[in-house]
Design a protein around this ligand. Structure first.
Ligand code: PLP
Length: 443
């Protein structure tokens, strides 16, 4: 099908979304409120979700792998989460005070997350990494941070280098100078960086960059652990994605390596806005008033807010059983296998991979092993994996939307409530979408 024909089909199928977008872009830059939601020719506007599905303003239904940016391991509208939030909303949404649910929430996080002596709640994952880095700097009395290239930790200034928006204007030079970037999975480079200058923290995504887009090399986390200890740098695992998804205890449990601090978001607050930092008592203790001038500042109007606490407690109680994780993982493996079957049949240079309940699709992939390899020992060029072909991904996403599936374009998150039929239909939609891309003029 001609490229223009697909675009025309999109315009016809989503007229109400188009109207909303025309109105939105006059008020909101690009009409979007998160960079990753940018879509061409325009985004679809969603009205509601249930389980693994969601619906748009034009009445179209989608199998959803955006999953609330990875927050919805239990799917949309899990009855226990909905009930907990509704119940709390009836009692009040903000007391400007301590409340019992935050105590239960803390108890759950501490019981699940290895090495968590203390926890503090934030309003987002970005705030969690901001707080963790501040704590590390205060604890060590050092400013420099070592970050791994391509790893993503939110959008505050210190973590911009090496992230998807690595060249964002508006970040002070002095902040950029405090950050040392190291290539992922390269322990020699990391050791050299730590030897070069005293470092406050090493921060990384334990799954590998961008929730496993560049998979972590087996053994690497243990090597980093040793380097952190040897050089006195606080090791921060950013578990905003991996927390409560790879295992009830997150990546620390999954890989058997403990960090000093762990940052969380998304699932920790049951799909509502929220985040957390947990870890060693001697570091977390810097938040205590008794430290006087040595206290690390951490205000925040919505920290530990009752609605997020209610959703978080309900979700974590369910996730603690391990059952949702096992269900989501099994569906993900089937999805990846199906995608690779299509890729092989079409003879295109793509590869589907991933681990646990996260999948990735690499385009322009000239890896000889392709889908035959086990991606946890992926040795493919990390620069190629991280260099997204965004125009092609946007086309794939557009075609998938036309075929009744929503995902990021380069991958997605599977929930515990995706059914076998959802997986089957997604693979069929993928096959049609790829066909439509590769028979178009633009490709
Ligand atoms: C690993 C990681 N850290 C931090 C963040 C930022 O979290 P938030 O979007 O809640 O600010 C994200 C967001 O996707 C993430 O994937």
């Amino acid at each position: 099908m001609q490229q223009d024909a697909m675009e025309e089909k999109y315009r016809q199928k989503f007229p109400r979304s188009r109207e909303l977008y025309e109105a939105a872009k006059k008020m909101i830059p690009d009409g979007i409120t998160h960079d990753i939601r940018y879509s061409e020719p325009f985004p679809v506007y969603i009205t509601h979700g249930a389980g693994a599905h969601k619906w748009d303003v034009d009445g179209n239904e989608y199998i959803d792998y955006f999953g609330g940016h990875g927050a919805l391991l239990l799917g949309h509208q899990h009855p226990q989460v909905v009930e907990a939030v509704a119940d709390q909303a009836r009692k009040g949404t903000h007391f400007g005070a301590c409340h019992p649910l935050e105590v239960e929430w803390a108890r759950l996080v501490i019981s699940l997350v290895p090495g968590a002596d203390l926890v503090r709640f934030t309003s987002s994952g970005t705030e969690a990494t901001l707080l963790a880095l501040r704590l590390a700097r205060a604890f060590t009395g050092r400013e420099r941070v070592v970050k791994l290239d391509a790893h993503f930790h939110g959008w505050h200034d210190t973590v911009v280098p090496g992230s998807v928006s690595a060249r964002s204007p508006g970040v002070p030079r002095s902040t950029l100078e405090c950050v040392k970037l190291c290539p992922p999975n390269d322990v020699q480079a990391l050791e050299a960086a730590l030897a070069e200058q005293p470092t406050a923290a090493i921060i990384l995504e334990p799954s590998g960059a961008s929730f496993g887009r560049v998979p972590v090399r087996p053994g690497f986390l243990a090597e980093v652990r040793e380097l952190g200890t040897r050089f006195g740098a606080v090791l921060i695992f950013d578990e905003v994605i991996t927390g409560f998804r790879l295992a009830p205890g997150g990546a620390q449990e999954y890989y058997g390596v403990n960090a000093d601090l762990v940052t969380m978001g998304k699932i920790v607050s049951g799909g509502l806005p929220g985040g957390a930092v947990a870890g060693r008592g001697d570091i977390m203790g810097l938040l205590e008033m008794k430290r006087g001038l040595g206290k690390v500042s951490h205000p925040g109007t919505f920290n530990g807010n009752p609605l997020s606490a209610a959703a978080g407690v309900a979700a974590l109680r369910i996730i603690a059983t391990g059952e949702p994780i096992a269900a989501a993982n099994a569906k993900t493996a089937a999805l990846i296998k199906g995608f690779n079957r299509v890729i092989a049949a079409k003879g295109i240079d793509w590869c589907a991979y991933g681990h646990a309940s996260i999948f990735q699709i690499a385009m322009n992939c000239d890896c000889a092993k392709k889908s035959d390899c086990v991606r946890t020992v992926c040795t493919y060029d990390w620069q190629k994996l991280r260099n997204h072909d965004r125009p092609k991904e946007l086309k794939l996403r557009r075609n998938m939307l036309l075929n009744g599936v929503d995902f990021v374009g380069s991958g997605g998150w599977v929930s515990a409530v995706h059914s076998d039929l959802d997986i089957e239909e997604t693979i069929a939609a993928f096959e049609r979408s790829v066909e439509q891309m590769y028979t178009s003029e633009a490709n």
